[in-house]
Structures are given as structure tokens and as C-alpha cells.
Write a protein that binds this ligand. Structure first.
Ligand SMILES: Cc1cc2nc3c(=O)[nH]c(=O)nc-3n(C[C@H](O)[C@H](O)[C@H](O)COP(=O)(O)OP(=O)(O)OC[C@H]3O[C@@H](n4cnc5c(N)ncnc54)[C@H](O)[C@@H]3O)c2cc1C
Length: 530
């Protein structure tokens, strides 16, 4: 049996050989903007990371070994530290500082649905918390183990469950296990001539189970649909038994149970299989950059194209600040006030026809085409961003991202409200903030907004500084009619706003479902519910 090593470096994003560096021009710009001096800091060394001794009850440890095999229960330092936290800004601050005090007692690697069921039964009986883990790319505290009065905490890493179970080229569907990473999904489906078309920025490391459990959205989700629109069938292993929902194109059989499983964030059970709606691999992928005179004009153009049914598969519009910073980060001059990137995927005729219609809306709004290279460049830079975040943390820069969505009629109010709240929260602590934003997904009734925040870190109070900004932004999101999360999920970080999102009775309804499926309260303690 081979149990995979952690895929990512334990203190940051990805692997060393893929790491990209900021151009010197951008580094200098940030140093000046935030008055940063001194040499960059390095992460703690693995040997110095603080974590407690593994403290699983003896019977639980022995039972896990007999269910999945001794080699598939790891409690060595690397495995535990690599599963202590996700990849949010506060997670990275803690890891770099050598704090892995939340590490699980053991990391368990099941190979099948039946093994997952047996682990959940054992952990319920032994009162051991179970945190499902896909790629560990959560940015909302979703994979940090919590003991919450339980006798121990294990992380269930699904990396060994990475098979294509079945593909149906007639119906354009396929069933996959949850541990497949984004690239594995596309490789397995590509061999059948199919694609999921789901490319979140974390795609290289995030997994199918994680996508489904968090309701993620990818770069081309305006066209392909978010993952929740693509899940047709799903299997959930819960401490109370298995919920199996057959892959159907549609059903009127009562309230949507699929919707309860999709987005359940490991708090109700473990997704051990999902059947997805797919497309044929496109023969053409075309991206274009366009320059728009203002953020407001760009948003109006996007609304018009979406409501006319003419939106591209990829639709991103950066505001003035993001356009300028992205240009500097890639060593180029800003092309104009606001950069829009639109992209289409399909066969040649389909792409040509749809591109013409999208372009008509952009031209009507006075936008100017920058051509294919500008669109392709934005695509290339997409996967480099997370590496640059590691470098910025080393320089002493706070880098946070926040996402929300609202109706078109409140979009500008939300945009202004969140930006103002972030700037004010940091100014109150004596720090200037750079806030930038892009529209990332379009809907007939509205759009999502994705904010990035940069500021000088308050050395020694990094987490307090982050918390102040986070609370201010989340309160502003609620006050201005946004959802607390459009695609990052609730986890632990957004749980305090869950009542405002779904109401007290809504929270109690989810809690009642959890009591039924997870009576011992072992599934991902402390997440999803306030
Ligand atoms: C740099 C970066 C970029 C990102 N970009 C995007 C983006 O473009 N779009 C987007 O939507 N998100 C994005 N995210 C957030 C994150 O990648 C997504 O939430 C992703 O879906 C998580 O997948 P994962 O496999 O890493 O899940 P994990 O981080 O391992 O887990 C996330 C949650 O799902 C639960 N879970 C995982 N697997 C299962 C399972 N099989 N059954 C039950 N519960 C499970 C976990 O317990 C946890 O609560 C980004 C994150 C980072 C760090």
C-alpha cells in the first residue's frame, strides 16, 4: 500500500520547483507603498514547529489501524503539521511562525467508501473528531481540526480515493471519487473526451470532494456553471449511514437533498463519490483582453451581456486598482483604466458566434480590444498568484482576499461599502490599505465581487490586524446586501455571520439535520454552524 506524502509544502502554497517570484519593480512598489524595510523573513523550520503529542485513545488508534491498515495511519511530524491548517492568510501566518498546535492526533487515509464508514462508526463510538481533508486549500478555517470536548481528533485525507468510477459519454456524465485533484479530474475525463471545465485558482491542489463540499466556483463558471450546478448524483458516508442520491438530470422528489450534501463542508459526513454533468473537451479556447474606461461602465456592459444571454464562459472585470497592480506584478504598464478578460470554450463555429455577440456589448460600452495575448497573459498569471502571496507574507505584507455576491442593483453599493470598511478598519490601526476588486462570475440577477487587500503587517499582532479587517468587511457585506460567501464557504471564519445569512431557524434546521446524521457530533467540529 502507498500512502501519499503531503502534496504541498507544509508552510505555504504548492511546491518549491513551481514557485514564481514577484518582478523587482512590483516588489519595490509595495516596499514604498507600505514603507517596508529590512530583509524578508523565512518560515520556521519543520523541526521547530510547535505541536502537541498525539493523544488518541489507544482503542481508537488500534481500531483505525485495523480498518485502513497500519501504514495508512500517520502520526509523524510532517503529516500532522501538513494537516493542521488550510491556506488562509491567518493559517499561513501561524504556520510560518511555527504554530501547528491544531494538528490532528493522526492522519488517516481510507481507500474506499466502506473504510470511511467503518472509521466514522469507530470514531462515533470513541468520540473522536473527524475532519475530512481534500487538498487542504480551504481559506475559511475549514480543515483545522477542533477537539471541542471530544477524546481526540483525526484528519481523514481522501488522497487514496482518486478513481474514475464510471463515465457515460452518451449522457455526458462521469462518477469520480473525491480525492482526485483538479488536474487528475481533467486527465481522467480527458481520456474519455470529456471535461468538467472547473478551474478555481486552487485547481492544481484542490480536490473534487473539496469542490463539492464547499460549492466552489471556477474561472469559467459563468459559462460551465458552479460545481453545485454540475453535481447530478452524490454519495455521502455519515455516522448514521449512507445517503446515496442517483444521478438524475432533474427531479421533483421533495426538497433538494443534493443541495444539502453539496456545501455540507464535512460537517454532515464524507462525500465518497460524485456524478457530474460534463461537456466534450473543447477544440477551441479563446481569451481576449479588453480595456474599459471605468469600473461602472464595465459592470454595466457585463450586466447587459449576461441578461441578453451573450456572456462569455470566462468573464472578469478588474477595477482601476487591480488593473494597475496586476500590470505592475507582471512587469507591464497598465493597458488602461480597467481590464476586462472574456473567454469562450467550444468548437470553432460556436466560439466564433458567441464571441461576436459578447464583443458587441463591449464595443457598445466603448471598450477597446487588446487582443488575444492580453487574455492569454491573464490566464497564465492565474495560477502564479498563490506563490506570490507566500513571497508577500515573507516581506511583511498582509494579503487577504474576500468574496461575495449581490444583485446588480446593489453591486456598486456593496463594492463601495466593503472597500470603505476595509480601509477604515486598517486606518484605525494606523495602517494604509490597498483594496482592489474584480467581478468574477455573472448571473442574470447579479454578480460576485472578489476583493484583495494589501497592507503592511502589524508585526507581533498579525492575527489581530487580520481579524479587525475581516470583521469590518463581513459586517459591511451583510449591511450592503451581499452573501457572506459566494464560493469560499463558511468554515470557521464565516460561521459568526451564518445567522445573518440564513436566520436563526435556518441555523437550527441545519443543526437538526446534523444531529440526525452525526449524533455524536464528530464530523468537522466547529465548522459551518455558529
Ligand atoms: C490560492 C487559493 C485560491 C483559491 N481559489 C478558489 C477559487 O477560484 N474558487 C473557489 O471556489 N475556491 C477557491 N479557493 C478555496 C478552496 O480552494 C476551495 O474551497 C476548494 O473547493 C477546496 O478544495 P480542497 O480539496 O482543498 O478542500 P479542503 O480544503 O481539503 O476542504 C474544504 C472543506 O471541505 C471539506 N471536505 C473536503 N473533502 C471532503 C469530502 N470528500 N467530503 C466531505 N467534506 C469534505 C473539508 O472538511 C473542509 O470543510 C482558493 C483557495 C486558495 C488557497
Amino acid at each position: 500500500m502507498t500512502v501519499p506524502d503531503p502534496r504541498m509544502r507544509w508552510w505555504g502554497w504548492g511546491v518549491d520547483r513551481e514557485a514564481t517570484a514577484l518582478p523587482e519593480k512590483a516588489r519595490e512598489l509595495l516596499r514604498q507603498a507600505f514603507s517596508i524595510e529590512g530583509e524578508p523573513s523565512s518560515p520556521a523550520s519543520l523541526d521547530d514547529v510547535a505541536l502537541g503529542e498525539p493523544a488518541l485513545p489507544e482503542a481508537a488508534r488500534a481500531g483505525l489501524g485495523s480498518i485502513v491498515g497500519e501504514a495508512a495511519v500517520r502520526d509523524d511530524r510532517l503529516a500532522r503539521v501538513s494537516h493542521a491548517l488550510g491556506r488562509s492568510y491567518p493559517d499561513l501566518v501561524r504556520l510560518r511562525a511555527g504554530d501547528a498546535s491544531s494538528a490532528p492526533d493522526a492522519v488517516v487515509y481510507p481507500a474506499s467508501h466502506d473504510e470511511v464508514m467503518a472509521v466514522l462508526e469507530l470514531c462515533s463510538a470513541q468520540r473522536v473528531g473527524v475532519t475530512p481533508f481534500g487538498g487542504g486549500t480551504s481559506v475559511v478555517g475549514g480543515v483545522e481540526p477542533r477537539r471541542d470536548g471530544l477524546a481526540g481528533a483525526i484528519t481523514l485525507d481522501l488522497a487514496r480515493m482518486d478513481r474514475l468510477v464510471a463515465a457515460d459519454a452518451v449522457s455526458l456524465t462521469a462518477t469520480l471519487e473525491p480525492g482526485c485533484t483538479g488536474p487528475q479530474v481533467e486527465e481522467l475525463l480527458g481520456a474519455e473526451g470529456l471535461t468538467l471545465g472547473h478551474f478555481p485558482q486552487s485547481w492544481e491542489y484542490a480536490t473534487l470532494g473539496g469542490f463539492v463540499a464547499t460549492r466552489s466556483a471556477g474561472r469559467a463558471s459563468t459559462g460551465y456553471g458552479r460545481i453545485d450546478e454540475l453535481v447530478l448524483g452524490v454519495r455521502l458516508a455519515t455516522p448514521a449511514g449512507t445517503i446515496e442520491l442517483a444521478p438524475l438530470p432533474a427531479t421533483a422528489a421533495g426538497p433538494g437533498l443534493r443541495g444539502l450534501v453539496v456545501g455540507s463542508e464535512g460537517a454532515l459526513g464524507v462525500i465518497t463519490q460524485a456524478t457530474l454533468a460534463l461537456r466534450k473537451v473543447p477544440t477551441v479556447k479563446l481569451n481576449e483582453g479588453w480595456v474599459v474606461d471605468s469600473w461602472q461602465a464595465g459592470c454595466e456592459a457585463f450586466r447587459a451581456m449576461e441578461q441578453a444571454g451573450d456572456a462569455a464562459d470566462v468573464c472578469r472585470l478588474s477595477d482601476e486598482a487591480e488593473t494597475a497592480l496586476n500590470a505592475a506584478a507582471s512587469g507591464h504598464d497598465a493597458p488602461g483604466p480597467c481590464l476586462a478578460v472574456v473567454g469562450w470554450e467550444g468548437d470553432e463555429d460556436d466560439v466564433a458566434r458567441r464571441a461576436e455577440r459578447t464583443r458587441g456589448h463591449l464595443e457598445a460600452a466603448g471598450a477597446r480590444s487588446l487582443g488575444e495575448e492580453a487574455g492569454a497573459r491573464a490566464g497564465r498569471n492565474y495560477f502564479a498568484g498563490p506563490y506570490l502571496r507566500d513571497e508577500l507574507l515573507g516581506m511583511g505584507v498582509l494579503v487577504e482576499t474576500l468574496e461575495t455576491a449581490t444583485t446588480w442593483s446593489r453591486l456598486q453599493e456593496l463594492y463601495a461599502g466593503v472597500g470603505d470598511a476595509l480601509r477604515a478598519a486598517l486606518a484605525a490601526r494606523g495602517t494604509d490599505a490597498l483594496v482592489m476588486c474584480h467581478v468574477s462570475h455573472l448571473y442574470r440577477s447579479g454578480a460576485s465581487l472578489y476583493f484583495s487587500l494589501f497592507a503592511r503587517q502589524e508585526r507581533g499582532a498579525e492575527l489581530e490586524q487580520w481579524q479587525a479587517a475581516k470583521v469590518a468587511a463581513c459586517d459591511a457585506i451583510v449591511a450592503h446586501g451581499g452573501t457572506i460567501t459566494h464560493h469560499h464557504a463558511i468554515g470557521r471564519d464565516h460561521a459568526p455571520w451564518m445567522r445573518q445569512e440564513v436566520g436563526e431557524l435556518g441555523v437550527e434546521a441545519i443543526r437538526a439535520v446534523k444531529r440526525e446524521l452525526d449524533p455524536a457530533g464528530i464530523m468537522n467540529p466547529g465548522k459551518l454552524l455558529p
